[in-house]
Design a protein around this ligand. Structure first.
Ligand code: G4P
Length: 530
């Protein structure tokens, strides 16, 4: 599907997307099947196995392994039919949601996976709302249809009601639970039959010629056929047909029914992503938008991963290319500092391994090893001063004071904390009053992750202690107004790692008071990264 007919073929074939889901719905299993059909792995089971190998690299990773949580997100590229898929992995655990939100700024579409027995769960709803903020096109996969699942209309209704989006069935399940035999592919008028005996076997397709084709009765047992025909009649009457435009503007989602573990319905979904999913889209930026077909290269950093190898203090910045055709060795301008940067060893993340990226196109994601120059939200261009916008930073929901075990090591601690702040792993606030640092995170587990990383990577034992503050807000307003406000509220004021003024709060009451007493400053819970 195209809403951008002028794109060069190499860009037009790219589909950059993420999978959003509630833990346990089947994201890992589906990812693995994508990679399998994309030829990136040979055998099911490798994704987890590879995850384990990667995790043993450090104890911090050991910790996530013990807890079975995937902390690090990465991007994977593979080909499927004529398409190049870039799948950006989002960490699924709710503790790491800020990272997930930012990941969603780097994709053009999302695949929403729901469990057929559970429907729309809390984390799915939250992530969906982030996609909605950007009108991101969403394709839905209803998984685990091999097990007892909810009534099909009920699932569709729930999505429509809870997420306020039109749903159109791309396929329709035949039979439920043990009796589930496959689906009718509405878009291509054919039957897909699941092989329960062989999980890795791709479904058998049977072309049919309309729903009154006698072939239907040859493949669908009589006791299921009647109900199926009744349902599909009703579905056609009650549910809208696929409208590609509505899909692209985010107001309609097609839903496929399948079972990732049985390799069922996955190829149809991939076909759907290719056929109806969006090509690389225009990127919002200041002072002008960036179109993917522009000749010169522009891209933005949406994630930084530090210390992938603890022996080297290097970091990998994940850059989403917004435009152009990138070639290895190119000299780009780092817009924030206006400094040139030769990108000589960019990496492309093929599922099987990292590889040097000789070239990349708008829509692709490359990793750029660097020593800390690249931060989340940074834009790289071929010289023009244009800055990609819309990469949010959220106010942390939990604050703790961080102290070095050895008080003489406070400077080291500051360095370590600043690095994690740049990486986006935590917010670090330096209070104007008193000593120590206040560290803010979105999920409690991150304090433990940070403590273990600081010890591992910097050899610094640290303590996190309760802080009197519970939340933080960025202070905006004219310089005089902000200065006056800061002077009058010293006990509450801190600077974040960019030097911006932050107001630390204990209660909602604090915020209400500021709003009442200082009409010329505003407090905000997000700040745009720049
Ligand atoms: P997640 O990444 O979204 O958290 O989900 P994941 O793929 O890890 O799947 C969660 C569980 O659901 C796994 O079982 C997985 O095997 C199972 N699963 C995935 N797809 C299907 C499906 O189509 N049908 C059925 N019946 N189960 C499915 P587990 O017992 O937690 O792990 P494992 O021991 O199977 O690895």
């Amino acid at each position: 599907m195209t809403n951008r007919p002028d794109l060069p073929a190499e860009i037009a074939r790219r589909r950059t997307f993420a999978i959003i889901s509630h833990p346990d719905a089947g994201k890992t299993t589906l990812t693995e099947k994508f990679l399998l059909y994309g030829g990136a792995i040979q055998m099911a089971g490798q994704v987890r196995a590879k995850g384990e190998a990667r995790r043993t690299r450090s104890d911090f990773m050991q910790m996530e392994k013990d807890r079975g949580i995937s902390v690090s997100a990465s991007a994977m590229s593979f080909d499927f039919e004529n398409y190049r898929f870039n799948l950006v992995d989002t960490p699924g655990h709710s503790d790491f949601s800020e990272d997930t939100y930012r990941t969603l700024t780097a994709v053009d579409a999302a695949v929403m996976v729901i469990d057929g027995a559970k429907g729309v769960e809390s984390q799915t709803q939250k992530l969906f709302e982030v996609c909605r903020l950007r009108d991101l096109p969403i394709l839905t996969f209803c998984n685990k249809m091999d097990r007892e699942s909810r009534d099909t209309f009920e699932i569709i209704d729930e999505i429509q009601e809870n997420l306020a989006i039109d749903v159109t069935p791309a396929s329709w399940p035949i039979g439920v639970g043990r009796d589930f035999i496959g689906t009718y592919d509405i878009l291509r008028d054919r039957l897909e039959l699941m092989d329960r005996a062989d999980r890795n076997k791709v479904a058998e397709s049977v072309e049919i010629n309309g729903l009154d084709d006698p072939k239907l009765a040859e493949h669908v047992p009589a006791d299921l056929l009647g109900k199926f025909l009744e349902e599909i009649e009703m579905a056609k009457e009650l549910l809208p047909p696929l409208d590609p435009e509505a899909l692209l503007n985010g107001s309609m989602t097609p839903i496929w029914f399948g079972s990732a573990i049985n390799s069922f319905g996955v190829k149809e979904l991939m076909d759907g992503i290719g056929t109806y999913g969006p090509e690389p889209q225009i990127q919002s930026a200041e002072p002008r938008k960036i179109a993917p077909e522009e000749k010169s290269v522009a891209g933005f950093v949406f994630k930084v991963q530090a210390n992938m190898d603890p022996k080297h203090r290097d970091r990998v910045a994940f850059l989403r290319l917004a435009s152009g055709h990138f070639k290895r060795g190119m000299k780009l301008t780092h817009v924030r500092t206006k400094k040139p940067m030769a990108v000589s060893n960019p990496v492309l993340f093929l599922a099987s391994d990292r590889e040097l990226a000789e070239e990349a196109w708008a829509g692709d994601i490359i990793g750029i090893p660097n020593h800390g120059q690249l931060r989340i939200g940074d834009t790289l261009t071929e010289g023009e001063t244009v800055r990609v916008t819309g990469i949010p930073s959220f106010a942390p929901e939990l604050l703790q004071t961080c102290r070095a075990g050895d008080p003489l090591k406070a400077k080291h601690l500051e360095k370590a904390l600043m690095q994690f702040a740049e990486e986006g792993a935590a917010k670090v606030f330096k209070p104007t009053f008193g000593s120590g640092f206040i560290v803010g995170v979105v999920g409690a587990l991150q304090f433990e992750v940070l403590a273990s990383r600081i010890e591992m990577e910097y050899g610094l034992p640290v303590r996190f202690e309760a802080s009197q503050f519970t939340s933080a807000r960025w202070v905006h307003g004219g310089k005089d107004a902000v200065d006056k406000f800061a002077a009058a509220n010293k006990q509450h004021i801190a600077e974040d790692n960019d030097g911006d003024v932050v107001y630390l709060t204990r209660l909602q009451w604090d915020i209400d008071r500021v709003e009442r007493d200082y009409p010329d400053v505003t407090l905000s819970s997000t700040k745009e990264m720049m």
